[in-house]
Design a protein around this ligand. Structure first.
Ligand SMILES: *Cc1c(COP(=O)(O)O)cnc(C)c1O
Length: 364
């Protein structure tokens, strides 16, 4: 039995008829960018998250950099972000000329709220929280720190669609929630797509103008914006999938629970859900010092795994300009050396998960 780390085809096949019907109707409509499907998706996704406004964009990265820029953050400003994030979070900051200041993660792989304040300087303008792996950061503490120090709060929710802290959706705690709908995300499109959610009418309006070359009225350009429009095909397909999000999330939670209940090995640390939070398990990330051996062992059994992420942004070649070196963020680096994501996806079959569990448990 060959098991891939992720199966996007299963997620399509599960709702195949609905997706195909929607795709055909968009193709036949004669309208392809920023139309009724986008408008409907923005309304539906705002309602889903509980935010007042949603602006559909071309990608998660666009949502991040636009949020940073439209909140007035640029050269000379510092943004706190967790060290073990996907590099796109950091790019959302540096595209604007601002400086990322890395903070170590806690044991739930989220930004360590107890280490935030020591990083704040007079240049600090914002905190970017990344709800990594579909888990949730310690929001009460983070929101309180942002209020106390008058910092903007941006949430990178590319991996946390539907995840909650004390019943409140991630993406609604601060100034902006930034979502990606890249195909492999929990709420995935069939190409690139993203969105920004906010309760701030001005920010929503600015993002709407910005995504379309800075024009509100055709050929009248208010600001130098960008092209980050969401297309009708992606929005339509997202409308189909969004209607099934409760089921999609429950399935992931059940798969995660099965792993947590059944995996047992003294060499492996299992992920935990923070108290008071509702995780959506974008990844099921275990940790082991014997990672290379485990990957090889599972490979022999034809079980695929992925490392999220092998090189932390501060050690990435792209960010050598920041001048960090190995040892600067020991927890981040320890995680990068030991984390491993095991297969978990919509439509995962019972025998696929059972076999994965047996193989990991027989690794000794
Ligand atoms: C996927 C991802 C992004 C970027 O989203 P794109 O749609 O690929 O631009 C940003 N941050 C995190 C944490 C992600 O996982």
């Amino acid at each position: 039995m060959k098991i891939m780390p992720n199966r996007m085809d299963y997620g399509f096949l599960k709702y195949q008829e609905e997706f195909e019907e929607k795709a055909l109707s968009v193709l036949r409509s004669g309208w392809y960018v920023l139309g009724n499907e986008v408008k409907t998706f923005e309304e539906n996704f705002a309602a889903y998250t509980g935010a007042k406004y949603c602006v559909g964009l071309a990608s998660g990265l666009d949502a991040l950099w636009m949020a940073v820029r439209l909140l007035g953050i640029g050269p000379g400003d510092e943004v706190l972000v967790q060290g073990n994030t996907y590099i796109a979070s950091v790019m959302g900051i540096t595209i604007n000329g601002a400086t990322p200041v890395f903070v170590e993660p806690d044991k739930y792989y989220q930004i360590d709220a107890d280490k935030l304040e020591e990083k704040i300087t007079e240049k600090t303008k914002a905190v970017m929280v990344v709800h990594l792996y579909g888990h949730v950061a310690d929001m009460d503490k983070i929101v309180a720190i942002c209020r106390k120090h008058h910092l903007k709060l941006i949430e990178d929710c590319a991996q946390s669609h539907g995840a909650m802290y004390k019943g409140k959706m991630t993406g609604t705690f601060g100034d902006a929630g930034c979502f990606s709908f890249y195909p492999s995300k929990n709420l995935g499109a069939f190409g690139d797509a993203g969105a920004l959610v906010t309760n701030n009418p001005q920010l929503a309006e600015d993002a709407r103008v910005y995504r379309n070359y800075g024009s509100e009225k055709r050929y009248y350009n208010k600001v130098v914006g960008a092209n980050s429009r969401l297309d009708e095909l992606q929005a339509g397909l997202l409308n189909v999938r969004l209607a099934h999000m409760r089921e999609i999330t429950e399935e992931r939670r059940q798969l995660a629970e099965n792993y947590s209940r059944s995996l047992c090995s003294k060499d492996i640390i299992l992920p935990k859900e923070r108290e008071g939070t509702f995780a959506v398990w974008h990844q099921y990330v275990i940790r082991t010092r014997r990672r290379r051996e485990l990957i090889e062992y599972l490979n022999e059994k034809e079980i695929g795994t992925i490392i999220h992420y092998p090189i932390p942004p501060h050690l990435s070649e792209a960010y050598s300009v920041l001048g960090h070196k190995k040892g600067d963020f020991p927890i981040t680096e320890e995680y990068a050396d030991t984390v491993l994501s095991i297969p978990l996806y919509t439509g995962m079959k019972e025998e696929e998960q059972q076999f994965t569990i047996e193989c990991i448990n027989s690794f000794a």
